[in-house]
Ligand binder design. Sequence first.
Ligand code: ADP
Ligand code: MG
Ligand code: MG
Length: 928
Amino acid sequence: MDTATYATKHVFAFEEGNGKDKKLLGGKGANLCEMTQIGLNVPPGFVISTAACLEYLDSPTRALPAGLIDEVHAQMKALEVKTGKGFGNPEDPLLVSVRSGSAMSMPGMMDTILNLGLNTATLQGLIRQTGDPRFGYDAYRRFIQLFGKVALGVADSLFDAEFEAVKEQAHVKDDVGLSAADLEEISERFLKVIEAHTGKPFPEDPFDQLEIAIKAVFNSWMGKRAVDYRRQFNITTDMAHGTAVNVVTMVFGNRGNDSGTGVAFTRNPANGENKLFGEYLTNAQGEDVVAGIRTPKPIDRLKNEMPEMARQLDELRDKLESHYREIQDFEFTIERGQLYCLQTRNGKMNAQAMVRTSVEMEREGLISKQEALLRIKPDLLEQMLFPRLDPTIRAEAVAQGLPASPGAASGIAVFDADRAEQMGKELGQKVILVREETKPEDIHGFFASEGILTSRGGKTSHAAVVARGMGKPCVAGAEGIVVDVNRREAYVGESSFREGQVITIDGTTGKVYLGAIPTVEPDFTPELNTLLSWADEVARLKVLANADTPDDARRALKYGARGIGLARTERMFNDPARLPIVIEMIVADTPEQRQAALDLLLPLQRADFRELFEVMSPNPVTIRLLDPPIHEFLPDEHQLERELAELHRLGETTRGMVVLAGTMSLIHASDRARVELDTMRRMVDPALVEEAIAKKETMLRKVRVLYETNPMLGHRGVRLGITFPEIYQMQIRAILEAAAECGRRGIEVHPQMMVPQVCTVEELKKVKSYVDTIHEEIQQRYGHPVPFKFGTMIEVVRACMRAESLAEVAEFFSFGTNDLTQATFSFSREDAENKFLPLYNQSTILHDNPFEVLDVKGVGKLMKLAVEWGRTTRPDMPISICGEHGGHPSSIAFCHEAGLDYVSCSGPRVPVARLAAAHAVMAQQGAA
Ligand code: ADP
Ligand code: MG
Ligand code: MG
């Protein structure tokens, strides 16, 4: 057919339609055409295009496009020729199904009408022809109900009521028990229901039926269910516009025991196994399998029941796969020993199955390595790396929060951090820490818990950030839950759970369950390794990991990280044993006091670094010098005030008791009274209380002195390293000594020191001068060279502007895109995400959350400038990204284009990033 005719046509026979044109023919229609054209046994039929649908919906009176009905008539004629039957012909009636189908599969679209073309006359023909009145009336009552419901809008419940009434009258429980006469009576009652509802008799003319049905399918595109669905899942008019209508000759799976119907996947969608997977029913129509009226049988059984059909089904499976080169999810019907394929589409699979089938299809020669890689969306891989809920267990969630940190965990609910530590660490129980929200002082509770659940806060709340850092599951902001810490109980709607009761959280979906649900451990399958090794061959960007502890580092290596791109030293301070020393270091009044605290920290940090180096050897380890705002380490001011008030009350009580005891001893003047007085004095020593008060007051004073209006823009990063040089010097020493010790033991190490928050080269020069002095001293002491690299984070706008000058001192750059995004937008992340960003996104003032998706146009522009200017000074300078964006596919694509050398992301994102880095190359090649 020439393209001009094709463009003006509205209706396409399965032999004519372009199977690649899903936009025009819908997914179902395009594949019916494609299958017909490659010789699969599809019942004859035709597709009315989505373009016709749009024209219809756009016309002011909702009229079908001119000429459409003529095309339909012509196609029906052709169907009559192909089938040898007649539409509306009582001698040998042609029956069809009318099925909707848009470019995207979309529940909520119109249901399918089966057996269209039946009326009082053709029904008798069907009965005569099949010699089976029961079959005839069964088909009839199904048609009337479907047509009534779908095309005429009659409520299902009205039909159900009649159906049940007849069943009762006939004393049968199952539909199969109904006789032909029962079904006839049902049909008659259904016709009356329709007449009562529409005020008109049921349309007898098959062409009237067809036209009404076509219009109903078109109208369903704008139906509430469909519109809501498209909004919910962001289906734009680009992706699917209008629905097609498929008119398909009926085939009957309910013609006896040599007939049946089923659905199957060409491979197992749960694990990827290369074996037909599906279910079928004998003597049943398609809708029965889905409706769940009878329990279907596993497809394996077909070999025994209908061996020839099983053989043909295998053949169909092979043909589908070798043609589509993708796992297919298809529907089939067997009518008296004839196998028909009624639908196919690409099968939806979980991550494990996607990976396995990718690798196996490449080995089978079905697809190339590149295609194997492109089949998988990088984000999908993350699913494989966390424990997840056993998918075979059905459970009802009691609350829905935000999926704040992926993975699933069960444990007993505990409502404060101390209890969590006690139950978790001391008693060895699995606990889930449940809080309204968490604070830095809850950190010990995190360590002791399997997972964290909060009823308030977002994806960047303290709970979410810390849990992600630790790789523990977290559901945040589960607002349906009311936490009552004092009663150690939480309320969820009608139900509640107390401390000690088991709950399950799924941080991947944000769902919360009562009771224990088993989890499946993640496994890094051999197939995933193979697939990722292919990705590495293609990718140019290297992938490193953000890892703060040796455990993180080991995990990152397992995921294929080629080094550590960011180790945050402050995370090492979060240990409850170290925190007091760190606080000492910060609040010290004199350099001597500070040095005393630092002397305690030095050996601890040195040991931290040595272990990191050992684990990662011979890969590079990039250590960022201390960065966070100091208030993150200090006790909360209000908390301190409350504690002080309590101490004062306690002081009064103790003083009162001492006075009381003194008076008593005077009155009684007995030895016994004196002894009692002494005991009491020992027990409630006001001096002790006073000492405690003095300590707290000092701390409160210091906390107030150190208070900052804007800590994120305040005394942090290199600024801290310059005002308190001892702190950075301690860290530099710890790094270099650890490296020297490894060197002495023959372990290859590549330490990289990275300075945060730099805005001018003078800061870098200052820190570099500490490094040089300490480095020289250590080399002399150890008597062998200690290699290192010195670089800077680029996370301040001015740093981008001054990249050319920074590169004189910095040997490498790493973009800290979290801070750089805050600085570029002048948005504080917490405030933005909690207050105005959602509205900005909704109203598309900003399309994405720039903290999740790198803002290529603004932040990216700055990055490109910094890359260009940095390399003007130092042409071969390694440049990377270590912000959260470093693990997100679209941002990785940008980093590839911008000429970065590597990305660094959290361990579990490493596989995602490896695949995304390969995709970036292929996308660029594809574009070129
Ligand atoms: P859905 O999109 O809900 O799967 P379908 O259009 O595929 O709807 O149809 C619903 C059921 O009816 C399926 O089981 C399908 O196989 C069956 N069906 C559709 N058309 C025919 C037909 N012409 N002959 C026999 N069964 C059919
Ligand atoms: Mg449907
Ligand atoms: Mg279907």
